[in-house]
Ligand binder design. Structure first.
Ligand code: ATP
Ligand code: MG
Length: 456
């Protein structure tokens, strides 16, 4: 992609209410633009990142035998009336009336919708065991949307829902989905931890939040001091990586009198219930003062909520004895748009974003410093074409701008590899390669440069 033909204008002035690094940087790089509070247009650069995250999420869901559907954003209230949640969800639920006076909601989550949908097709226990998912916009009328897309009102979420015959089948599914969440976050490649959590509005007994560790995060995660080094240095950490690891989510803190602990869930075939976990906390010898406290933001969540929705909505299957049976459900959500902001907060410096290669909008930024010089431009164009032909995601700064502006913008946008071409480099048949994350610079032939890029 050539910048001269792209829709991207970096911004100097941004609104004063943009406080967090990710919010500022997403506005300065024109990744998004606010429409009204908490509602954003995704502009081309931002959309590329969003789509890359979506791709990772989709691949891992498919790999975990989840089946994709696409549910509507607007839902009828009747399933919500049946579950009893319409009146208790609160003001975050956006309600509308259509011209026929039907009351609709803009879906904040889809437990009711999918329970109804699923049982429209599945009436026998033999057909249970399936996980359906979609990646769709959600709406929650947050009282204080903040941090840009970090806490929006309209946001993109991937949501999977499982239906199983027995608690043991359901918990095996939970474990499979828990492992899938770890793979998604490990592919993104930034530090996070899985913490025990209360299931909140959705309800249920088993719940894990996946918290990305960022200084400005609105949650607080606690973990054992000796895991600190691992959390900081590893590209991802999962319960299965830690024998007897300890973590605790902020909302459990008030429950803790003195101690907490967590077993390695990979040792057990199924996760332990929150109740068991809390009992262990009380009986363990770890004190809260021994724990490392770090700000974090929830980017994904697993819930197991048994037959809460199937029973309350009276949606059932017939079991082997011809009797009524309520399937056991779980839900598994990833904040796709929130992840974009969380990644930037976890990976930037004072000059701009430092994209992990896994989700970078482009892999290579090619800069021509002497656009006015026809020979240099021909050389740069050749390099651009070679990169494109080799299948490299390249963004080519072919604008008539000064070197200062081009380098400044390249640092701001944060594409992992910066390739510079100038009159002098052209004369020597070389290019300059700079790594955004380490600032390391090398002068190389184009072929050498390609080897370095391909190796990553
Ligand atoms: P939070 O506690 O941050 O309000 P939640 O626990 O209510 O989130 P879930 O119902 O678990 O959210 O939704 C699944 C995922 O959707 C969350 O893990 C989060 O990443 C994302 N998410 C939730 N609310 C928002 C929002 N307002 N803006 C952006 N992403 C969100
Ligand atoms: Mg949650």
């Amino acid at each position: 992609m050539k910048w001269s033909q792209y829709f991207l204008k970096t911004q100097k002035e941004i609104p004063v209410d943009a406080i967090t690094a990710s919010h500022k940087l997403m506005l300065r790089t024109s990744m998004v633009r606010q429409s009204v509070a908490g509602i954003y247009t995704w502009l081309p650069l931002g959309l590329r990142v969003l789509r890359k995250i979506e791709k990772i999420i989709r691949e891992e869901h498919d790999e975990s035998n989840c089946i994709e559907i696409s549910m509507p954003t607007m839902q009828h209230t009747s399933p919500w009336i049946r579950s009893g949640r319409l009146d208790i969800y609160g003001k975050e639920l956006l309600r509308l009336r259509d011209r026929h006076d039907n009351e609709l909601i803009y879906g904040p989550t889809s437990e009711e919708f999918i329970t109804d949908l699923y049982h429209g097709f599945v009436q026998s226990y033999r057909d249970a065991g399936c996980v359906l998912y979609d990646i769709q916009l959600k709406f929650r009328d947050e009282i204080r949307p903040r941090g840009g897309v970090m806490r929006g009102r309209e946001f993109l979420m991937s949501a999977a829902y499982s239906f199983d015959n027995s608690e043991s089948d359901a918990l095996n599914t939970y474990k499979r989905m828990f492992d899938m969440m770890n793979r998604i976050l490990q592919r993104i490649g930034l530090p996070y931890i899985a913490v025990r959590a209360d299931a909140g509005e959705i309800g249920g007994d088993y719940s894990h939040e996946f918290q990305m560790l960022i200084k400005t995060g609105e949650s607080t995660s606690y973990y054992k001091e000796n895991y600190d080094a691992q959390v900081q240095n590893m590209t991802g950490i999962s319960l299965s990586d830690i024998n007897d690891g300890s973590f605790i989510a902020d909302d459990l803190l008030s429950e803790i009198t003195s101690n907490l602990t967590e077993t390695d869930s990979s040792q057990a075939s199924q996760p332990e219930s929150l109740e068991t976990f809390r009992a262990k906390i009380k009986n363990s010898d770890i004190t809260i003062s021994n724990l490392v406290k770090q700000h974090s933001i929830e980017v994904a969540h697993c819930f197991y909520f048994d037959d809460k929705y199937t029973r309350s909505m009276d949606e059932f299957v017939t079991n082997a004895n011809g009797q009524k049976e309520y399937l056991k459900m779980g839900s598994y959500g990833v904040g796709v748009s929130r992840l974009v902001a969380a990644i930037i907060d976890a990976s930037h410096d004072d000059k701009g974003i430092i994209w992990p290669i896994s989700v970078a909008p482009f892999h290579v930024m090619l800069i021509n410093l002497h656009v006015n010089d026809s020979a240099t431009t021909e050389y740069a164009n050749d390099i651009y074409n070679n990169l494109c032909n080799a299948g490299v995601d390249v963004f080519y700064d072919d604008r008539y701008e000064s070197a200062g502006i081009k380098f400044h913008d390249a640092d701001l946008i944060g594409i992992p590899y910066r390739l510079t071409v100038s009159k002098k480099l052209y004369a020597e048949n070389l290019v300059e390669l700079k790594y955004r994350s380490t600032h390391l610079t090398e002068t190389l032939s184009f072929d050498e440069c390609m080897c370095k890029i391909a190796a990553k």
